[in-house]
Each structure stands twice: as C-alpha cells, then as structure tokens.
Design a protein around this ligand. Sequence first.
Ligand SMILES: [Zn+2]
Length: 329
Amino acid sequence: MGVRQLKGFNEALLGKWCWRMLVDRDELWYRVLAVRYGEEDGRLEDGARSGSTWWTEVVKIRDVIGGGGNGWFSESVVRRVGDGEATLFWHDRWCGDVALRERFSKLFDLALNKSITVKDMFLHGWGEGGGGWQWRGRLWVWEEDLLAECMLLLSDVSLQPLSYDVWQWLLDPSGGYSVRGVYVMLTSQENPQVLQNTKLIWHKQIPLNVSIFAWRLLRDHLPTKSNLASRGVIDTEAYQCVSSCAQVEDARHLFLLCPCLGSLWPLVRSWMVSMVLTMLKFLITLFSLLIIQVVRNPGDPFFSLYGFLQFGCYGIKEMLDYLNRNNAL
Ligand SMILES: [Zn+2]
C-alpha cells in the first residue's frame, strides 16, 4: 500500500465517523462525545485544543468545506428534507451547497430565531412578508436584496409532509456511506465529479435560477415524470417521455438519451462553435484592417503575414472580396 492509498484508507475510515455522527445519534458513543465536547444545534463541538488526536482528525474531515477536493465529506453529503421538522433552517446544509447561515451570513446575524427548523420556518411563511422572517432591527436596502435572493432560493422548495428528513450520501444515495466507496473515490485519479460540479454551478457569474436548475438536475430533483410518479403526484403508468418516444422520462433520458429531445444538445453546441468562429473571424478582420491602415505598405512583411493569416482563416473568395473592397476605397 502506497502512502496515498494509506492516507485515503485512513480518511475513509475517519469519514465513516462523520457520517455516523449524522445518522446514528441515538448510540452510546454519540452521547459520550456530546458530553465530552458539547453539542450545539445538533452538532458536536470541535473541542478546540482539548480534543484527542482521533477527534481532531475527525473534525478536520467533517468541517473542511470546499477547496481542491479537501472538503470531500461536506460536499458528498446532503440533507433531503421531507417534512422539515428535523432540519435546522440556518445551520443545516439542506438548500444549495452551503448552509444558509454561510450563504446569507448577514441575514443570519440579524435573525431573531437562529435555531428555527425548516418546518416552523415554512409554517410561519418564508415568502414575501412571511412571518418566518423576524429581525433584530430594520433591514437595509442591500439586506433586502439578500433576502429577495434567499426567498428565490426557497421558492423552489416543496416540503413532503409525509416523509422524514434524512441525510443522503451522494456517492451512493441508496446504500449510504461505505468505507470502500470513499476509499476508491479518494484514491482514484479523477476526484469526484460532485466536487467539481458544485464549484461550477454555484459560480458568482451564473444567475441564481440557472444554478438552482443545474443543482436540481444533478441531484435528480427536477419534476420529471418518473420523479413525479415515484412521489405519487401523477399516475405511476404515466411516466412516458413528453416527446412521445415511449421511454421512461427521467433526467438522464430527457437531457441525454432521448432520441428526440437529446438531439437539441448537438444543435446548441454547433451553434456555440459557429458563434465563436464568427467572432474569431471578425476579430482577425478588424485586426488586419487596423494593421493595413497603419502599415499601408504592401511589401511590408507585416502585411504579408496578416494577409496570409487572413487567407488561411477566410478562404479565397472572402480574401478577393476584401482586396477589391480595399482597392475601391
Ligand atoms: Zn424521449
């Protein structure tokens, strides 16, 4: 076993404890740790310097967020909210890829009830003017903007009154955390796709509603017919693709495999490629015109060089047109 494998194996074992801290809280060991290190808002405290070596390592894995695959634990675990009763609105990472406390830290500072659950927040109302929003003082205009952004994020959430809130392990949503699976992930060359994707999705320059859509797509949260059928919203027999290709309509089918709708992607791609090429041609022409204006001397090596470039990029016809036009000027 190489060093990397050993490190991966060790981390995978420690990560198992982080996972159990989320899902096995009734066990004796959890209570022992809670007494030893303290617990706040359903989360064991890090114990600062009083922690054992083991505990320090566990906390390190649990608390690192983002950054070149180091935050693999926090980025691989997600809260699936059912009725919202066992999920803390501000503290748990249940909506988006970070806790609302981090994403909207200013609002969190101003919130009166910091330990409110998702369910209570929803019941009091988290829409415009909803009773869930209780502040220590008046909001400034830019804080109102933050609030609007937060409400937009929430407008997409629907609680499931009949199911419980659960933690889900993204690498294996049905089986949960496995040391073997995590070891393979940590030691494989391509680090987990999940981590790469979240950074791309929640980019500052991407509009929030696009981020939310992509996020729901990757977590298979979109209201595809197969999802709606499995939740009992529509008849279980009515799962067929909207393009009437007679196959099951799930996210994979809709966006990639569908013979009808899937063919949109190559079209979009070729449209983008031709856009880029047109832009490139335009820039080269502009640049050449500029050079010609400056140099003006046909025998100049600059002219030949850019003329040649143009010829290569442009083709004979355009080149001749261009020269004719140039002569006519
Ligand atoms: Zn289809």
